[in-house]
Design a protein around this ligand. Structure first.
Ligand SMILES: [Zn+2]
Ligand SMILES: [Zn+2]
Length: 202
C-alpha cells in the first residue's frame, strides 16, 4: 500500500501543497518585498520630467499625467508605505510585539517595513490568519509599481462566466478570485478554465 502524502491548499495560491505554503509562493512574496524599496525609488525617477524627445512625435503631446498621478499615489504616505506599514502593524499586533518604531521619511518606512515583513515571512505564511491577503496585496502593489516604471499598460481584464451565472473580471496573472455570486474560490488555473462571458447587448 502506498502512503499518499497529505496535502492541503497552499495558503497563498490555494493549490494543493504538502507544506502550508509552497516554497515558490513564499519566494515570490519575498522577492516582491525585497524589490519594493527599489521600486519606490524608481517611481521617484519616473516622476522626473522626461528628457526623451518623444513629445514631439506626430506633433501630439503625450500626456503623462494619469501615470504620474498613480506614481505619486504609490509614493505618498499611504501608498506603498501604507500597505507595508499596515501589514507590519498587523503582524506586530498579532505577535503582541512592541509598536513599529518611528523611522523618519516615507522611504525609510518603506525600507524598514519591507525588511521587517521579509524577516517575518516564514511565520506569516505558517501562522498569520490573513497571509493570503498580505501576499495578494504585496503582489498587487509591486506589480502596479513595475507597470508604471516600465510604462506597461495595466493588465487587461477578461470577463469569465462562473457556472452560477456571475461574470468575473479577471487578469491573466490573477492569483485567484472568489465568485461574488456563489462564493466559489477559484485558484489561478481554475479561473482561467472558466468560459469567456458572452457580451450581452444592453
Ligand atoms: Zn502556492
Ligand atoms: Zn459563482
Amino acid at each position: 500500500m502506498i502512503e499518499t502524502p497529505q496535502s492541503w491548499p497552499c495558503t497563498l495560491c490555494l493549490k494543493p501543497s504538502r507544506d502550508t505554503v509552497h516554497a515558490s509562493c513564499r519566494q515570490h512574496v519575498y522577492e516582491d518585498l525585497a524589490e519594493l524599496p527599489a521600486l519606490y525609488r524608481q517611481l521617484g525617477d519616473a516622476l522626473q520630467p522626461s528628457r526623451r524627445g518623444d513629445q514631439t512625435r506626430g506633433g501630439t503631446r503625450t500626456a503623462p499625467l494619469p501615470c504620474s498621478l498613480d506614481a505619486l499615489d504609490l509614493r505618498a504616505r499611504g501608498g506603498i508605505q501604507g500597505v507595508l506599514t499596515s501589514w507590519e502593524d498587523d503582524v506586530r499586533d498579532t505577535l503582541d510585539w512592541e509598536e513599529r518604531p518611528f523611522r523618519g521619511s516615507i522611504q525609510q518606512d518603506v525600507d524598514g517595513a519591507a525588511a521587517f515583513l521579509q524577516n517575518q515571512l516564514a511565520w506569516i505564511c505558517d501562522s498569520h490568519p490573513a497571509a493570503k491577503e498580505l501576499g495578494d496585496e504585496i503582489r498587487q502593489i509591486a506589480g502596479q509599481a513595475r507597470r508604471l516604471i516600465t510604462g506597461e499598460r495595466p493588465a487587461r481584464r477578461i470577463p469569465v462566466a462562473c457556472p452560477c451565472g456571475q461574470v468575473l473580471r479577471v487578469t491573466l496573472d490573477t492569483p485567484g478570485v472568489r465568485c461574488g455570486g456563489c462564493e466559489t474560490q477559484y485558484g489561478h488555473a481554475d479561473v482561467l478554465r472558466l468560459p469567456m462571458a458572452q457580451r450581452t447587448a444592453a
